[in-house]
Design a binder for this molecule. Structure first.
Ligand code: NAP
Ligand code: FE
Length: 364
């Protein structure tokens, strides 16, 4: 059994403003990686540039990362950021993941980028600092990066493992999320925790984190139906997201993530919702004892009750989807090819199981 978590997590109000020494120790020039608007809107970019200006660290801002980032954004970012000593990702999973890919290419050059990001030879990366602003991916403490692959027409994980050196968590950055992003990301964190718990690689160490994250979701799940969530409760969701990230950093995710990727690719279903759509049916193909434990923590008597709760969250998204039987068959084959993910699931799943997972979850 192995437990390895090298990321230093600093959680505190105004932590970015208080991290002068930390930034100075990493070099003289930083590449800041973000999406178009949220890093400014939530205040993180301002905090960061205020400190950098104060301590004389030069910086470049690559603020072009789009949701579900395509692979080429790593190349763009690396060319733009040439000469930087370290990389800071501010945002949800999309900019944090891209910061990791860019950090590999900045260190080793952007030529032959597919090999450097996805090939078998290992390449290390420049130091990465992650500043999350969504309560979902846990990317601030995972070694993973997920990119959209337009050739495979789905999403795939980068082969390189890049743990951020530091994760800087400040609750104020989370408070500007629109409700749809908030709920999708809270649910993403929940699915991470569940998929880590129902996993061949689950260990007593990873379960400390996965079960704690699930407990927090169980306690506050009705908050998802409110317009606003109180800051103190939001802090719990923020932690749940990081705990779930620690859990999947040990185990990886499992079937719902792989089932959901094509829905995001072809139909722009938000990532967390795409996983959540499959949760109840996934419980039905999972080991009974594990599922019983989850239902107990979540306070549902039967899988069907849990399913009804999840339906309230994913309902309108599913209603809007019109996915043909032919597409379902295509997505099923895609999942069956993903041997690594299948290995994470403790029971055998057949082609019929996967078809049923798609059909039932999509209400067909
Ligand atoms: P995201 O794609 O990074 O961002 C979604 C949207 O939320 C964007 O429009 C973004 O705006 C906005 N936003 C982010 N923070 C905000 C804030 N505080 N206030 C207002 N708006 C905000 O969302 P995500 O769900 O966190 O990340 C999803 C990606 O992470 C997917 O590609 C997924 O596959 C990946 N993922 C990675 C891991 C991992 O371990 N690395 C795990 C799970 C998922 P801007 O565009 O302006 O920033
Ligand atoms: Fe996820």
């Amino acid at each position: 059994m192995k437990y390895y978590m090298p990321t230093i997590v600093l959680e505190e109000d105004d932590i970015v403003l208080k991290s002068e020494e930390l930034f100075k120790s990493l070099g003289k020039k930083a590449l800041i990686v973000s999406g178009k608007t949220s890093a400014k809107k939530c205040g993180a970019l301002d905090d960061l540039t205020t400190v950098f200006d104060k301590i004389g660290i030069e910086y470049l801002i690559f603020d072009k990362v789009i949701e579900n980032p395509p692979i080429f954004q790593n190349v763009e970012g690396a060319i733009f950021g040439e000469g930087c000593d370290f990389v800071i990702g501010i945002g949800g999973g999309s900019p944090m993941d891209t910061a990791k890919g860019i950090a590999v290419l900045l260190k080793h050059g952007a030529e032959s980028y597919m090999d450097k990001l996805f090939g078998s030879k290992d390449y290390d990366a420049l130091p990465v600092i992650a500043i999350p602003t969504t309560s979902g991916t846990g990317s601030e403490v995972t070694p993973y990066s997920v990119f959209t692959d337009d050739e495979l027409k789905t999403k795939r994980s980068m082969a390189r493992r890049v743990f951020p050196l530091y994760a800087l968590l400040d609750i104020k950055y989370f408070m500007t999320m629109p409700i749809k992003v908030r709920n999708s990301t809270i649910v993403d964190a929940f699915t991470h925790a569940v998929e880590s718990f129902i996993n061949t690689k689950s260990t007593p160490y990873s379960e400390l984190f996965s079960l704690k994250a699930i407990e927090i979701f169980a306690k506050y799940k009705e908050e998802l139906f409110k317009e606003e969530i109180d800051k103190a409760i939001f802090r719990e969701f923020m932690r749940a997201s990081t705990y779930a990230g620690v859990a999947i950093s040990q185990t990886g995710t499992s079937l719902p993530h792989t089932l959901g990727y094509p829905l995001t690719y072809h139909y722009s279903v938000p990532h967390g919702i795409a996983n959540a759509i499959f949760m109840a049916e996934y419980f039905k193909v999972s080991p009974k004892l594990r599922v019983a434990k989850l239902l107990e923590i979540l306070n549902f008597e039967k899988v069907e009750d849990f399913g009804s709760f999840m339906d309230k969250i994913v309902g309108t998204y599913v209603d809007d989807l019109d996915i043909s039987e032919e597409e379902i068959r295509k997505y099923t084959e895609l999942l069956l090819q993903n041997k690594k993910k299948l290995k994470n699931h403790p029971l055998d799943v057949t082609r019929e199981d996967v078809l049923k997972l798609y059909r039932e979850s999509l209400g067909r």
